[in-house]
Design a protein around this ligand. Sequence first.
Ligand code: G1P
Length: 276
Amino acid sequence: MQKNNKIRKCLFPAAGYGTRFLPATKAIPKEMLPVLTKPLLQYGVEEALGAGLTTMAIVTGRGKRAIEDHFDVSYELEHQIKGTSKEHYMTGIRDVISKCTFSYTRQIEMKGLGHAILSGETLIGDEPFAVVLADDLCDNEDGESVLSQMIEVYEKYKCSVVAVEEIPLKDSNKYGVIAGNEEEDGIFRVNNMVEKPDPQDAPSNLAIIGRYILTPDIFDILGETKPGKGGEIQITDALLIQAKQGNVIAYKFKGKRFDCGSVDGFVEATNYFYKK
Ligand code: G1P
């Protein structure tokens, strides 16, 4: 039995270079690129906060200081806009800053998503936690956010949970892909997962998107995980160890997800939120 079973913390791996968005990401972290007027990372933080998580643990890297400044008070700016018609633009970010605490650590070397998550251990400790990849932007117009839905699943199954969606098989080499037994409608007990398989090797068309709930034993497993696909330490490989013990659920979430790590997905998200 874990000491603390409630999910309170959300980890945001945010050390990547964002090379697909160069030159925009030369001096600006990719997580700070805005969809309309809000940076991608703020969407993720708001999703976590909406799901009841108030501790945001951010794994940054060199050149990412704008992230820390964003989630902090800017006294000069506050002073300038106080009492003006523009003050309302700050409402959302002020709200986030007042309700959350932020902690940071740096990933010193870029050794993959699994390594980024392991770097966050110091901020998480021995409790289950959520992971949000900010470039997967999610929205559920009809109700609960993807993370809220996943926390409900976690509360029932008390093991790691990954969010999945159906993809065209030709795209399997962009994702972690799972296989499992459907226990309830849209809820699978995972028995296999492969990082970025070629279509002929994909165990299904269910791809992991950037939302995870992880139990803290993942840190010890990640510590032992050898570099996998692309020479990087993969969270998918560590999760496979848990899955072999029957401890990973894949959840087909309700809502939309935009791959804002690609220019096409970013434009799609921008149009969607603009219309909204
Ligand atoms: C990472 C994971 C992959 C997952 C994806 C979701 O890949 O390694 O398993 O499907 O995020 O966005 P990345 O997109 O960082 O290459």
